[in-house]
Design a protein around this ligand. Structure first.
Ligand SMILES: [Zn+2]
Length: 133
């Protein structure tokens, strides 16, 4: 889709901090992270809803791999997965590391964006990408 921001990231028209890539899926750090290390996993083909993505199970297995590596790298207590589908109409699984006292206590507050330095984006994405390639 021409005006879809995630399709533009897949095409390379918009840069991203990659954490995972294969022929079907692309994972990258969310530039508005809800916690340090927050990434998004999208199918390379445009599908609106997460349940429109072919091989739904495989899609979530990859999200799990990213989650477990991220958990170790950022020393998270746990990892939450969030799918809504209303913000960007291109399927994405939000992979959100959780920390004690991270203020998301009663769920995920999508307005609670944390500061993550450019160095952190570069370092965290490179570490996860290298472990999963
Ligand atoms: Zn798209």
């Amino acid at each position: 889709m021409d005006d879809c921001i995630f399709c533009k990231i897949v095409k390379g028209d918009i840069p991203c901090y990659k954490v995972y890539e294969d022929d079907k899926y692309l994972g990258f750090l969310d530039i508005k992270p809800l916690n340090i290390g927050n990434s998004l996993l999208i199918p390379k083909d445009h599908h609106h809803w997460v349940y429109d993505v072919p091989n739904f199970g495989q899609y979530f297995e990859i999200a799990k791999k990213i989650a477990l590596e991220t958990k170790n790298i950022v020393n998270a207590e746990a990892v939450s997965f969030l799918t809504l589908g209303y913000e960007v109409p291109h399927a994405h699984i939000r992979i959100i590391p959780r920390f004690p006292n991270d203020l998301h206590t009663h769920g995920i507050d999508t307005n609670l964006i944390v500061n993550q330095s450019k160095e952190d984006f570069v370092e965290i994405s490179a570490k996860i990408f290298n472990l999963l390639k």
